[in-house]
Design a binder for this molecule. Sequence first.
Ligand SMILES: C[S@@+](CC[C@H](N)C(=O)[O-])C[C@H]1O[C@@H](n2cnc3c(N)ncnc32)[C@H](O)[C@@H]1O
Length: 275
Amino acid sequence: MAATQPISDHWATGDVFARILAAMEAAEIDPAGVTVEQLAPIDHFHARGFPATRDLADALPVRRGDRLIDIGCGLGGPARYMAGRFGCHVDGIDITAPFVEAANRLTALVGMEGAVAVRLGDGQALPFGDGTFDGGYAQHVTMNVPDRGAFFREAFRVLKPGGFFALTEHGLGEGGPPHHPLPWSKDGSGAHLMRPGDTVAALEAAGFEVDEVTGTGAKYLEAYNAAIALDESGGLPPFGTHVLIGPQAPEIIRNAARNIAEGRTHPVQILCRRP
Ligand SMILES: C[S@@+](CC[C@H](N)C(=O)[O-])C[C@H]1O[C@@H](n2cnc3c(N)ncnc32)[C@H](O)[C@@H]1O
């Protein structure tokens, strides 16, 4: 994990769970009775937040009782949603220890310890045996992954034959280098964006059959523009992912929107299968 420490430090240091509890207090949410739905504005830590997870879930062939892997699960919001919606079990892994700690404490708060388990781990070397999972997904993780081949081969290895794998990421567009800071990198360091065609080729080289590639830029742009409008009209709400991003959040949101509008990033959702 030493090689991934700069990425982990970029995402979070210190007590993330305490920061979430403070944000709950500011938003007058009682942690003792908090629900998965109430956590959604903060624990779906990716572009477009919860609506993007719901769209992804709509596209997945999950069956009740399945065991899924969420690679780069962050705070575990998507894992808890999938487990609750489909009646499946989700194992999450993430390289950022404060997120892993917060994820498990949030899971305990909503009483889902039997359905969701999160542990520290690198998607490029998964701590699971071959053919363990019925399906898996990685939502907005691979922008930080230098070895896409290893990441995809590991996802393939831990799936059962016939298992599905879904990926969402900000791909590289044709419009020039992205403006920074962005959620995954302050200045371009630790960023490993790939053109969507190259990502598809890397998935196929790992053995996957790619079923569907959907451009998600227009929806993301709409959501970023809504956040910008909110910021301009007096501020973002007390409970949201910007609390974890920190004081640069308004600039980061504007850059993320501008990159999509200028064709510098090209967000995609990719659905594939282990044959
Ligand atoms: C934008 S957040 C997305 C979190 C979560 N997937 C979600 O949608 O709420 C990116 C996450 O990827 C994790 N990450 C980055 N590189 C990783 C790697 N090589 N293996 C596992 N997790 C990684 C980061 O620690 C961070 O939690």
